[in-house]
Design a protein around this ligand. Structure first.
Ligand code: COA
Length: 495
């Protein structure tokens, strides 16, 4: 069966089991793996490596597109197989080891990894470990459910190991659009004017001489575990719909809006899903990950096309999409994350970017990554690529977390991922603050009025009034600016 998926005969001699293929990976190597938010990760060689790491000392630097499944990222982390990890992760056991300092994690804008590899800042890559659905007649790779950083890993690696995953539909061939910008100086513009165009090839080119092993697998991606929309996310979605309707009324954007980007996680997915009940039509998605909400919008006839670097779905949507893939394949394109997240394209296309904050402050600075200022959650992902360059940069968060013990709007964020300059619209279930063109004092008034939970409003006004007495362009009471976080640490609540 698998032989039909390998249309380049010389590779047939390189088929071997995962354990043997994993032997190519040695202690201290840099391994660049396919995979982006669980989609398209190599599922066999990684776990064989984890097993080896339980018996012998082997620690690698492990680079991917974004997070892999808990089984793979968690398996490697728990086996002690990783010294370094980048550019994004979302697995609890890996997070714990990162926060203990046992895995050194580089939290990176997802559009940037390619550039640094291409420039030799982060090289050389010893092994590229790649999941594929098919091999072409020339030995080239048809990726599976994500593209991520795979093309640059394959281009730069000394050796390439390919996992052919029989569980993925061969209909994926033709969905990808692989394009790598040239080395600078002298780079050409990236000639995409809409997400629907194509500029690349449907395969990842590889020098067949570099391919040292082919491993056959038969296992679907681990599905996502995002939670369904709740009352609060529905209210947040409504705030955004009302805001976008007014943008349309003002003639700033058309009724089909601008291409939509939505961040990872439960909240961003639920908010996007809310557009099912909006008056907007003919929507285009230009995102990083396609979560369930995009397909709910397809089903509702709201979305006509979606471009991304990966697709990560719940079990029911995984079944629906891949059992009916022929109905979706001409409405989808998967690109390298360097392209899906490219500042040049995001600015040109005027994306509406909706990303999630862990916390935001009264001036609109956003922390998306660090719990209480020190402990890594997942990483910045592509949120910075999109927020800084979007036509409309929207951040959403529930106004409180952990049953109200935490206010997600704080006097000063305990870590900054997105500065006040990159945050145009801030939304909680309490309301929406349009911060565009406002001075810091105006921003603070609006955020306190619209976004802070009633439990924390008086306390926040008290802080801000005291700050105003001190004066300044951006007033603060510096010795109290992080006192809410300090109180949380000491007493378990900010209240
Ligand atoms: N302080 C501490 N913890 C907080 C918090 C705060 N201010 N706000 C939320 N949390 C906790 C929640 O309680 C929850 O904890 P749990 O896992 O123990 O249940 C966790 O953070 C996740 O929050 P949740 O409300 O479930 O939101 P989510 O699934 O939508 O994830 C982010 C939110 C911020 C973690 C997630 O969107 C993310 O990693 N973003 C950064 C990367 C990014 O934006 N990528 C998109 C680019 S395309």
């Amino acid at each position: 069966m698998y032989k039909e998926r390998i249309r380049y005969a010389p590779y047939l001699d390189k088929v071997m089991d995962a354990e043997k293929a994993a032997d190519f990976i040695k202690d201290g190597m840099i391994v660049g793996a396919s995979g982006f938010t669980r989609a398209g990760d190599p599922k066999a060689v990684t776990l064989a490596l984890a097993e080896r790491a339980k018996k012998e000392k082997i620690k690698i630097k492990f680079w991917t597109g974004a997070s892999l499944s808990d089984e793979v990222d968690g398996g490697l982390a728990e086996a002690g197989a990783l010294s370094h990890r980048l550019p994004f992760q979302a697995t609890r056991s890996m997070r714990d080891l990162i926060n203990k300092g046992e895995i050194l994690f580089t939290d990176q804008h997802l559009s940037l990894t390619n550039e640094w590899i291409r420039n030799g800042v982060m090289g050389p890559i010893d092994i590229a470990l790649v999941e594929a659905v098919t091999i072409t007649e020339d030995g080239y790779i048809i990726p599976t459910t994500s593209v991520g950083n795979t093309p640059i890993f394959v281009d730069q690696a000394k050796k390439v190991i390919i996992e052919i995953n029989m569980a993925h539909t061969p209909l994926l061939e033709g969905v990808h659009d692989i394009y790598l910008p040239e080395k600078r100086p002298g780079r050409e513009p990236i000639l995409l004017k809409t997400p629907m165009e194509r500029i690349g090839t449907p395969y990842i080119k590889v020098d067949p001489e570099k391919v040292v092993a082919i491993v056959i697998t038969d296992q679907m991606d681990v599905p996502s575990n995002i939670l369904p929309a709740d009352e609060e996310t529905k209210i947040m979605a409504n705030h955004i719909i009302e805001f976008l309707k007014e943008e349309v009324n003002q003639g700033r954007i058309p009724n089909s809006l601008m291409p939509l980007q939505s961040g990872v996680g439960t909240i961003a997915n639920a908010v996007l899903e809310g557009l099912v009940h909006s008056p907007f039509e003919d929507l285009i998605v230009a995102s990083e990950v396609l979560q369930d909400a995009v397909f709910e919008l397809f089903k509702a006839g709201k979305v006509k096309f979606a471009a991304a670097t990966s697709v990560t779905l719940s079990p029911s949507w995984t079944k629906e999409l891949f059992e009916n893939f022929d109905q979706y394949r001409d409405k989808l394109v998967f690109r390298p994350q360097e392209i899906s997240n490219h500042p040049e394209l995001i600015r040109r296309m005027g994306l509406i970017a909706i990303n999630t904050a862990l916390e935001a402050d009264i001036y609109g600075n956003v922390n998306s990554t660090h719990v209480a200022g020190t402990h890594m959650m997942n990483g910045i992902g592509g949120s910075g690529d999109f927020a800084r360059n979007a036509g409309l940069s929207i951040f959403v968060t529930k106004s409180i977390a952990k049953d109200g013990k935490i206010s997600s709007i704080v006097p000063m964020v305990s870590h900054v991922d997105h500065t006040e300059h990159d945050v145009q619209i801030l939304v909680t279930e309490q309301g929406l603050a349009d911060l565009r063109g406002l001075a810091p004092r105006e921003r603070a008034e609006l955020i306190i009025e619209k976004c802070v939970h009633p439990m924390y409003k008086d306390k926040m006004r008290e802080y801000y009034n005291e700050a105003l007495e001190r004066g300044g362009h951006t007033p603060h009471v510096l010795e109290k600016a992080l006192s809410w976080h300090q109180k949380l640490r000491e007493t378990g609540t900010m209240l």
